[in-house]
Design a protein around this ligand. Structure first.
Ligand code: NAD
Length: 367
């Protein structure tokens, strides 16, 4: 059988720096665990614009559709701010998400004990936190028509439309229930059914889908209460399912419970391909960090943990994903810190590659 395939799109700024560490980790799994991937690399974002005049070449798009998973670093940077909207680096990422139809965005919010002091909340509220937000990514207010700025009665009107079809809700709900099944079997669905018709439909469809997942405990919550509960008592949640707009806000809010942008991975999943694997794009939550790019200061953990998600959700290697996450946790527990994780009272930060080496040493120690 051929090896599973991975397309690496390192992108701009710190993207290539953190991805270099992921490449070392991928190499480790090949050498030490016999887990080999057919890895190809290509350009996205500003790097693709510099080479081809577009933020994602058609050939790269075609490759992304064929591989088992795409791993992306980050896109963007001040050099590209002046570009026309249609060729801005972010358009490359949006094209990937749209054409791969990645409708389920998975954002874990996990608090490593060693970093609990970075949270703005009290340690006992976040310590041991492990929740997953599933955000619908391809519909809702960010895509609904009509949209635009129009003139009515001699004044401008800005319009966006919150629109969801049953099938759009059904498929993302199923993705969330499947995930809950593999975790603690608790799913909380968040909408605003009290004031929005799309919320009423959302609640109805999620309840209908629940009939196929009776082993998962389902609850519903208004999204505004969800935001309050996330900062009051986040450990009450396991999987949270929500729409595109609320998910944008709630996932950022949950992310900050855990402290640093340099630690946050994500996955965006679509429909199953012929081989049963979902279409998938894995990427850190952070951007290209132009303020530290090229200085060896970036924390590679978010990108490495995104690869751990790929092991779990694309390659059915949950045990190896656990191993990699445990290695990152051990390194943090040992006090190894990149600059973004330093407390004001000092210590010496390690570089991007030193962090990668420490994680590889922890992987070696796990054998
Ligand atoms: P950013 O995430 O790049 O950086 C925000 C802050 O966090 C910066 O101070 C940065 O140094 C720090 N930071 C981020 N990742 C880090 C890491 N791994 N290690 C250490 N520190 C880290 O967000 P921004 O500054 O708002 O945006 C910069 C560029 O990135 C912009 O062009 C923006 O459009 C783009 N961007 C891209 C993505 C993406 O590719 N998915 C996401 C967000 C922003």
């Amino acid at each position: 059988m051929s090896n599973p395939s991975l397309l690496i799109l390192a992108g701009d700024g710190i993207g290539p720096e953190v991805m270099a560490e992921v490449q070392r980790i991928i190499g480790w799994f090949g050498d030490k665990r016999g887990l080999n991937f057919d890895v190809s690399e290509d350009l996205v974002g500003g790097a693709a614009y510099d080479a081809h005049g577009v933020p994602l070449h058609d050939d790269t798009m075609a490759k992304a559709q064929e591989v088992d998973a795409v791993l992306l670093g980050a896109v963007g940077g001040p050099k590209y701010d002046v570009l026309d909207f249609s060729v801005k680096p972010e358009r490359g990422l949006l094209r990937l998400r749209k054409e791969m139809d990645l409708f389920a965005n998975l954002r874990p919010a996990q608090c490593f004990d060693a970093l609990a002091e970075f949270s703005s909340l009290k340690k006992d509220i976040v310590s041991g936190l492990d929740i997953m937000i599933v955000r619908e990514l391809t519909s809702g207010s960010y895509f609904g028509e009509p949209r635009g700025i129009f003139t009515e009665n001699n004044e401008r009107v800005g319009i966006n439309t919150q629109r969801y079809t049953e099938s759009e809700i059904d498929r993302v709900a199923r993705a969330a229930f499947e995930l809950a099944r593999k975790r603690n079997k608790k799913l909380c669905s968040m909408e605003k059914a009290n004031v929005m018709e799309s919320g009423i439909l959302w609640r109805d469809v999620v309840t209908e889908v629940h009939a196929d997942y009776q082993d998962v405990e389902l609850s519903h919550m208004y999204a505004d209460n969800g935001a309050m509960q996330l900062v009051r008592a986040p450990k009450q949640f396991d999987v949270i399912l929500t729409d595109n707009l609320f998910g944008d806000l709630l996932s950022d809010c949950a992310a900050m419970l855990t402290g640093s942008l340099g630690m946050l991975p994500s996955a965006s999943l679509g429909a199953p391909m012929e081989n049963g694997r979902p279409k998938a794009l894995y990427e850190p939550v952070h951007g290209s960090a132009p303020d530290i790019a090229g200085q060896g200061k970036a924390n590679p953990s978010a990108c490495i943990l995104s690869f751990a998600m790929a092991l779990r959700y694309s390659f059915d290697q949950g045990g190896e994903a656990d191993r990699l996450e445990a290695a990152v946790e051990k390194v943090l527990a040992d006090g190894v810190r990149t600059a973004d994780l330093m407390q004001a009272d000092g210590g010496t930060p390690v570089s991007t590659s030193e962090m990668g080496s420490a994680i590889i040493a922890a992987l070696d120690a796990s054998l």
